[in-house]
Design a protein around this ligand. Sequence first.
Ligand code: S3P
Length: 178
Amino acid sequence: MHSDRRIFNLALIGFMGAGKTSVGRLVAEQLHFDYLDSDELIQSRTGRSITEIFKTDGEPAFRALERQVVEELSNRARTVISTGGGLPVNPANLASLKTHALVVCLWASPEKIWERVKGQTHRPLLNDPDPQKKIRDLLATREQFYKQADVLVNTDIRSVREVALHVVHQFRLESSSR
Ligand code: S3P
């Protein structure tokens, strides 16, 4: 990582079900940071659920809202930012996050992801006749973007608490070295 990077925040990226929300909340608590979620921001701005936005306006409209919210995040400090799973696919989003945050990717295998999301219904992209295939396909196309994070953490073999501790440790290391 370039030593002139400014690290005020911590951004979590990764696939649906990687644990960004539960880990993010815990990390925010431990660092005494605020916690924000890009999907929640979109929902509160529009007064509509993500499912509704996808259904009535389509995915491109959702991505445009996501893009807008990411830009606004650059005003934040001492904030853990949890991001929607598709957000880093737009390189401008990742570049923007990297101007103010350490970007940590929570990685999970397709099997683990399925185990974690199968009982949930709020993700339009997984509302598919073959959600397991959808997970494998999406993950394969997104892997290249997730791997551009500053830090990659495998969550398959760790509890939420262990992942959070690891993320806090990495954040302290990176932010104290600049
Ligand atoms: C999406 C992930 C969701 C949400 C939307 C699209 C994606 O967020 O932004 O349903 O493209 O992977 P989570 O990763 O928090 O589930």
